[in-house]
Design a protein around this ligand. Structure first.
Ligand code: NDP
Length: 313
């Protein structure tokens, strides 16, 4: 006899702002959502310190605390939050068969994918040692703390260019370390960088070390053509070398762009498979903010609710 699998109306994969906002809305609509928290419960915000740009927290809030609040609010309406990782999904037929932790399967009428994206890091030891103490992967989140100071940005794509110009408005000087002799960023973004007087671009430069005991004090950069080293004074070190959307699970099943972000129908959270929705950074390489993720989480729950209602008609 085959085991009868648990049936879930709304299965939410991921526990960042998108996942929990979807849960709040789905729970309040009596859809009994289950959140599978994933490898990093609370998502990327739990790796930041102070969040100052989320509306409703006039004094700012610690990222981990904010995500505890999101979770508590979702659970207040009986969201079922579970430890675990989704290890396999079969989106070929509904209800969708979802495997958790490699050993348990459930059936889901709808799936909301809120697995987020992961910032790429250089992989040097100082980066981890000083993470949260001057090292950051988000200028919009953390730039304010470096007002009137000097910072370094690593990267040469649109994100790095955007973060450098953002930081240049707050900081006295921004030094960009670009590993090749040219930038990858769009011409328009490059122009903006070169027209900003307090941004210095160091081409052919990579990071040797980030210096400082309790916080960043300077960065040792080296010229990868000549090996010559330069010590750049800086209290902030921003890594902007791209993000990787957490979509490996869905390869071959859902449409993605060339960088692996999920495609959704414009203005909705709908993927190309009816009943499967995407919210937050997993489908957004442009804004990537907690508040935009929460917004699309809400959209996904409403889309799921309408989808389920239409099935009953
Ligand atoms: P990209 O992949 O476009 O760029 C990453 C950059 O980081 C590249 O310049 C790369 O260098 C550099 N890099 C990678 N690894 C290292 C390393 N180990 N050391 C030093 N440098 C490194 O990522 P983005 O996040 O910039 O952009 C992702 C996508 O999002 C793009 O399509 C972009 O256009 C888009 N985007 C659009 C925006 C907008 O329209 N406003 C804003 C932000 C992003 P190299 O060039 O040598 O490979």
């Amino acid at each position: 006899m085959t085991e009868k699998l648990e049936r879930i109306e709304v299965l939410i994969i991921g526990s960042g702002p998108a996942g929990y906002t979807a849960a709040i809305y789905a729970a309040r609509a009596d859809l009994n959502p289950v959140v599978i928290q994933g490898l990093q419960p609370g998502g990327q915000l739990t790796t930041t310190t102070e969040v100052d740009n989320y509306p409703g927290y006039p004094q700012g809030v610690d990222g981990t605390k904010m995500m505890e609040d999101f979770k508590a609010q979702a659970e207040r309406f009986d969201t079922d939050t579970r430890w675990g990782m989704v290890t396999k999904v079969d989106l070929s037929e509904r209800p969708f068969n979802v495997e958790i932790d490699g050993n348990k399967n459930v059936l889901a009428d709808t799936v909301i994918i809120a697995t987020g994206a992961t910032a790429k890091w250089l992989g040097i030891p100082d980066e981890e040692r000083l993470n949260g103490f001057g090292v950051s992967a988000c200028a919009i989140c953390d730039g304010f703390f470096y007002k009137g100071q000097e910072v370094v940005v690593v990267g040469a794509g649109d994100t790095a260019a955007e973060e450098a110009t953002y930081l240049a408005k707050l900081c006295t000087k921004v030094t960009m370390l670009v590993r090749r002799d040219q930038m990858r960023a769009s011409k328009a973004m490059q122009k903006r960088v070169f027209n900003t007087p307090n941004i210095e671009v160091m081409f052919n430069h990579e990071t040797k070390s980030i210096n400082g005991e309790k916080g960043v004090e300077s960065v040792t950069a080296y010229n990868n053509q000549t090996n010559e080293e330069t010590i750049v004074p800086a209290t902030g070190f921003f890594v902007a070398i791209g993000h990787k959307p957490n979509t490996d699970l869905f390869k071959g099943q859902l449409e993605m762009d060339e960088n692996g972000y999920l495609n959704v129908e414009a203005g909705t959270s709908k993927t190309q498979i009816p009943g499967v929705f995407a919210a937050g950074d997993v489908a957004d390489h442009v804004y990537r903010q907690a508040v935009t993720s929460a917004g699309t989480g809400c959209m996904a729950a409403l889309d799921a609710e309408r989808f389920l209602a239409a099935q009953e008609d």
